[in-house]
Design a protein around this ligand. Structure first.
Ligand code: PLP
Length: 426
């Protein structure tokens, strides 16, 4: 017989199911076209990266190959290999220092739970990643305030308010952190980082930029959007994940040396978790070396061509296409049912896309997320566009048909009312 806790768990899952929110693990068939993964450059199956990775592994001593890291970095998990990799990463991103975490999630939790000091302010974009929220749940910062997505006026409104409040109430000056993503994971749009950095300077705030979806894709040789905009010196900390375009695991926080030292002392996800294995570090090193050598440049150019191809060829009402110049594209529709249905139709045609539903995105902004990759072909994109357009045409025709009787009822009511009011006037 199921125990009380098992019944409670089941009830909660049933409730998710009833709201069409049940999450499941799926195995994607090898044959389906990838319009979903974060493998933007196709490095997860890239022969060049594979060869570099195997040759890196070959360089390890055969009789005592370093495999598991064997502990937290604070205990036995650290190595000269890891530290050399961090120097390489810091140099690549023109930062004083880099600190590798086991995941981007851990890095954000580590940063936001410990760096803001008691009473400090975190201003975060309303679409910021869940890992920043988890960090903020245990942060010592006194104030966590969201601002409207990419909205400079709203950001400035809050910055001004917090600084004015200090003057009016004779408070000590607080540190203000502005937490944004350079490329947003569900919208694909890019933050106005230059203008934000200007505001940060004006109000003495610190920018923290999550480059998870930009690493490898934007900037010189994949250095990220901050590099592309020439802002390296104006950003307090940047997060570069290895888990998306770089086909590995983990992430580096890059910033001042003191930040690295502080995180080593306080970031619990780093202190209380076994450090990543050598094979993963070798993979990260190979991916960085590939970017340094310029071997990803062609892949990025091809990806950018495909993004332009997709956007110029798809013909759907403008408001339905996310305004994105990044690999993350999307068809916006009203309601979970519609995004589920269109996604299912594309998946059945062998095109792997994902429905992004409320509450992950706001009501009315549900979307089919379409990630483009350098390994997609124009034929695959043509097929995706043709199926999506046909589905949308049919759906709109259905909507029109279902509205038609309602419209005639309204006319009847209006006419009847009109007659009544005419009668009453007679
Ligand atoms: C913006 C953003 N930050 C951080 C993360 C977490 O990175 P990781 O997958 O390496 O844990 C993700 C992953 O989804 C992300 O999209």
């Amino acid at each position: 017989m199921a125990s009380r806790i098992e019944k409670q768990l089941e009830q909660q899952l049933e409730s998710r199911k009833a709201r069409s929110l049940l999450r499941r693990l799926v195995v994607i068939p090898e044959s389906s076209a990838d319009f979903s993964s974060n493998d933007f450059l196709g490095l997860a199956r890239n022969a060049n990266l594979g060869a570099r990775f195997f040759s890196e592994l070959e360089s390890f001593p055969k009789d005592r190959p370093p495999l598991g890291s064997t502990g937290s970095r604070l205990l036995d998990g650290n190595s000269a290999y890891a530290e050399q990799l961090e120097v390489m990463i810091a140099r690549f991103h023109s930062a004083e220092a880099a600190l590798v975490f086991n995941s981007g999630f851990d890095a954000n939790v580590g940063f936001f739970s410990t760096v803001p000091q008691p009473g400090d302010v975190i201003l975060y974009d309303e679409f910021i990643h869940a890992s920043v929220h988890d960090g903020m749940k245990v942060t010592r910062a006194g104030i966590k305030q969201k601002f409207l997505h990419n909205d400079l006026l709203d950001l400035e409104r809050w910055l001004k308010r917090f600084r004015q409040e200090e003057v009016a109430n004779d408070l000590a000056v607080r540190n203000i952190f502005i937490s944004v993503e350079s490329v947003y994971s569900m919208d694909g749009d890019i933050a106005p980082l230059k203008e934000m950095a200007d505001l940060a300077d004006q109000y003495d705030a610190h920018m923290v930029v999550d480059e998870a979806h930009a690493t490898g894709v934007f900037g010189k040789n994949g250095r990220g959007v901050v590099n592309e905009m020439g802002l390296e010196n104006r950003i307090f900390a940047r997060l570069h994940t290895f888990s998306k375009a770089l086909a590995s695991n983990g992430a580096a926080l890059v910033g001042p040396k003191i930040l690295r030292e502080y995180l080593i002392n306080y970031a619990r996800p780093l202190i209380y978790s076994t450090f990543t294995s050598f094979s993963n570090l070798a993979s990260v090193r190979s991916a960085y070396q590939m970017m340094i050598d310029g071997d990803t440049v062609e892949l990025v150019e091809n990806l950018k061509d495909l993004i332009a191809y997709f956007r110029t060829h798809i013909q759907i009402p403008e408001h339905m296409l996310l305004p994105s110049s990044s690999p993350i594209q999307g068809i916006v529709m009203d309601g979970n049912a519609k995004v589920n249905a269109l996604s299912q139709c594309l998946i059945e045609a062998g095109l792997n896309v994902k429905p992004i539903r409320f509450p992950t995105v706001p009501k009315g902004k549900e979307r089919v997320r379409i990630c483009l990759h350098s390994h997609n072909t124009r034929e695959q994109i043509d097929r995706l566009i043709a199926i999506a357009q046909a589905w949308i045409r049919e759906d709109r025709a259905k909507d029109r048909a279902s509205l038609a009787p309602a419209a005639s009822t309204q006319v009847t009511i209006a006419t009847t009312r009109g007659r009544e009011s005419l009668k009453s006037r007679l």
